[in-house]
Design a protein around this ligand. Structure first.
Ligand SMILES: Cc1ncc(COP(=O)(O)O)c(C=O)c1O
Ligand SMILES: N[C@@H](CCCC[NH3+])C(=O)O
Length: 412
């Protein structure tokens, strides 16, 4: 395989070892997230190769399990954190503070207080996206490295709900950003303005590349106008294929287009992908609990639901689903509606999906579940969160029990 083909390679669901997944499900029960830290490292290496001179940081929000964070830290990437909790996890996983950027989106006081108190000993970058946030940071005596999040006025993403670059809640408006930076340098003498930041949105595909390039171009122009910056962060958002025949992002061409749009600039280019690093490094295994023929469709109930993997219910996101049971090939294919156990009509993984005629206790595997899967799980309907294990069988996060549901209540 040429090095380019290798760079663009993605791991398809069919490449996961069904026997191994069945063994893990037998041992740990379902629903079960399975993670492959080696795959995270491969993805990290591919990104570093494609963007050799850039600062590549991982957006923790995609998956904050310790196993993933350690794989990424040892790959030499930085950490882009959206909350105090993510900063704390990044530090605990061994990321040096100099490689951590805290991107505050309308930050609660508690977050600022944590990050600012830690910044007395740790040299983070704190990113503000509003002049109000700047005031709050300065009132609390912050005197470290500062970055300004810019609203670039251009967005992209797999769904309107994850398109951020043109949503007013994110960043200082583009046409005001240079003035804000000038006044920081003049008036906020205690802080060191080191960078600017923007993010188009999440799940950028080949079709969105024009928007990505335009964002990068705008940030390059702005960075040259402001001058004397260490870095210009152009966000994350690199998509992965969710359909079996969907082509992967041509990472080398994206990197070349990014460089070209960035132009000549002394500041280091910074990117902060989340999904790209972890999506195909994780799957979700679930068990069929109900098979119910109806006039409309065959309803296939499974033991995972929108509380386990929210993306289909929230964004109508497509995830590939396969049957793990070995005798599946002799069964006739049929159209199924795959649903979870939650009392919400939106608790549907797939509406019209062909599976080999399912029977109770079949195991199904859901692909690309490493990004925004476990991370967005909840206890709604008092459903304990699932377990997470590695492909080699180590427990990453134990399955919650019924008593975990009331653990935080004061009078139980
Ligand atoms: C500021 C910021 N950076 C990075 C990311 C990572 O996005 P993705 O997981 O799509 O790469 C996000 C999420 O969309 C984000 O909001
Ligand atoms: N949660 C989204 C990605 C949003 C990232 C946050 N800005 C998804 O699952 O696609």
């Amino acid at each position: 395989m040429s090095s380019k083909a290798k760079a663009n390679r993605v791991r398809r669901l069919a490449e996961w070892d069904g026997q191994q997944l069945r063994g893990l499900a037998r041992k740990h029960g379902t629903p079960l997230y399975v993670l492959d830290p080696d795959r995270v490292r491969e993805n990290a290496a591919r990104l570093r190769d494609a963007f050799p001179n850039a600062d590549v940081s991982y957006a923790l929000k995609a998956n904050t399990t310790r196993t993933v964070l350690e794989a990424i830290e040892t790959s030499g990437l930085g950490a882009e954190c959206a909350s105090a909790g993510e900063v704390q996890r990044a530090l605990a996983a061994g990321f040096p503070a100099e490689r951590i950027r805290y991107t505050a989106v309308n930050p609660p006081d508690r977050d600022l207080e944590y990050v600012i108190s830690r910044s007395q000993t740790d040299d983070f970058v704190l990113t503000i996206g509003a002049t109000d946030t700047l005031d709050r940071v300065l009132e609390r005596g912050y005197s470290g490295r500062l970055c300004v999040r810019v609203n670039p006025g251009v967005g992209a993403g797999h769904h309107a709900k994850v398109t951020t670059g043109d949503a007013p809640q994110f960043g200082v408006p583009y046409d005001r950003a240079a003035d804000v930076c000038t006044s920081i340098r003049k008036e906020a003498t205690g802080v060191d303005l080191v960078g600017i930041h923007a993010h188009a949105g999440s799940g950028i595909s080949g079709d969105d590349l024009a928007s990505h390039r335009e964002l990068v171009r705008r940030m390059g122009v702005l960075g040259r106008e402001i001058g004397a910056l260490d870095f210009i962060a152009v966000g994350g958002g690199f998509g992965v294929p969710y359909y079996p025949d969907e082509p992967p992002l041509a990472l080398d061409s994206v990197a070349a287009a990014t460089r070209k749009a960035y132009g000549d600039c002394d500041a280091q280019l910074a990117i902060e992908p989340g999904r790209y690093l972890v999506a195909d490094a994780g799957v979700l295994v679930t068990t069929v609990t109900t098979v119910k023929p109806t006039a409309e469709t065959t309803v296939v109930g499974v033991d995972a639901g929108m509380t386990t993997l929210l993306r289909p219910a929230l964004y109508d996101a497509h995830h590939e689903i396969r049957t793990l049971t070995p005798d599946r090939d002799g069964r006739e294919a049929m159209s199924c509606r795959i649903v979870g156990p939650i009392c919400e009509t939106s608790d549907v993984f797939a509406r019209d999906r062909s599976l080999p005629a399912p029977v109770r206790s079949d195991q199904l595997v859901v692909g690309n579940a490493g990004a925004y899967g476990y991370e967005m799980s909840s206890q709604y309907n008092s459903r304990p969160r699932p377990a997470v294990v590695t492909v080699s069988g180590e427990t990453v996060s134990r399955r919650e029990t019924l008593s975990d549901l009331t653990r935080l209540e004061q009078n139980n």
